[in-house]
Design a protein around this ligand. Structure first.
Ligand SMILES: Nc1ncnc2c1ncn2[C@@H]1O[C@H](COP(=O)(O)OP(=O)(O)O)[C@@H](O)[C@H]1O
Ligand SMILES: [Mg+2]
Length: 309
């Protein structure tokens, strides 16, 4: 790890944009990070990530990378692998934790192995598996998602066999692996974890009833309750579960664990290894409630930059 005084002498590249469906969000996260690093007095430059990333890193003489990418080719271990190869210390999770958490199926299997609750599910990799499930499904609603997307892209909540078929097609167009989950009718909550510690829990109340792309990124479309007004025992168990989830998956820096809560039972949906840092993002809100302003948060993430994690 690099000490603060030394970090001030480094050329820090903020990696944003990228090639995934979440490019637009990453552009905003990247700008916010770049601005914060400037305020903090670091020598930061922005890199819009494309296929020429190695050349860009070389030309900018990047010495430390702040990874502000979301989704595939950025949050999934690929960029992290490249940075390892180039021996450029980088923020956040390493190669394995990134590729595990981008994959909702691998994440759920890991959670189950450690006895952390997650909604019941089926994995579809072939047309045959899809047809079999469609023919057998009797209980609705179900949730259909591509295994490796984010920002609610390609997700459907389906109420019928016909809608299930359509939902599978939609998800399969984005990913060869489709996840079909039990629908949890309950409250939606998210626990941010920073350097191994849980921040205050946020309850998410989308005005439309579904926390989709629009609700996530449009100001005023979602209400956030912070700290979440839930049972105190459930609150602390959920924080603990989030910390354990991040630990067993090997996450570093800042991560965010999404949950559904039905009565007193909570279920982990997924772990985000590079949570959004936009104006409407959840992790900065949770950090603020814990007494950390945006710049302090960014500095904590930066100072944890490392290799071989
Ligand atoms: N099993 C489920 N039961 C109820 N709602 C769900 C379920 N899975 C997902 N959702 C809804 O869809 C949203 C996105 O799902 P999530 O698994 O967090 O994927 P991502 O955020 O990567 O798109 C959640 O925030 C929640 O509103
Ligand atoms: Mg989510």
């Amino acid at each position: 790890m690099i000490e603060k005084a030394q970090m001030k002498t480094k050329r820090i590249g903020v990696l944003f944009g990228g090639l995934s469906a979440e490019r637009e969000i990453s552009l905003k996260t990247g700008q916010a990070v770049l601005k914060a690093l400037g305020i903090l007095g670091y020598a930061a430059h922005g890199i819009d990530v494309g296929l020429d990333l190695p050349r860009q890193l070389k030309e900018a003489q990047t010495e430390v990378a702040f990874v502000a990418l979301h989704g595939r080719f950025g949050e999934d271990g690929r960029v992290q692998g490249l940075l390892e190869m180039l021996q450029i210390p980088y923020t956040g999770s390493g190669v394995l934790a990134s590729s595990m958490t981008i994959d909702k199926v691998a994440t759920k299997q890991m959670l189950l192995y450690h006895e952390l609750p997650t909604p019941g599910f089926e994995v579809l990799k072939t047309k045959q598996q899809a047809n079999k499930l469609i023919n057998q499904s009797r209980y609705f609603p179900l949730v259909v998602k591509p295994a490796r997307e984010g920002s609610t892209i390609g997700i459907s909540i389906v109420q019928s066999v016909e809608a299930l078929r359509h939902g599978i097609d939609t998800a399969a167009a984005l990913d060869a692996m489709v996840l079909v989950e039990e629908f949890i009718d309950g409250l939606e909550l998210t626990v941010s974890v920073l350097n191994g510690e849980a921040l205050p829990i946020i309850q998410i109340v989308p005005k439309s009833g579904f926390y989709d792309y629009h609700a996530k990124y449009t100001l005023g479309q979602t209400e956030y309750l912070l700290p979440a007004p839930i049972d105190a025992g459930v609150y602390s168990r959920m924080q603990q579960a989030a910390v354990v989830a991040c630990e067993v998956l090997g996450c570093r820096g800042a991560a965010r664990v999404d949950f559904m809560l039905r009565e007193k039972e909570f279920y982990c949906l997924e772990v985000n290894s590079i949570p959004g840092m936009t104006e409407t993002s959840l992790l900065p809100k949770a950090a603020e409630a814990a007494g950390l302003d945006f710049e302090e948060l960014i500095e904590m993430i930066l100072l944890d930059a490392d290799l071989d994690k």
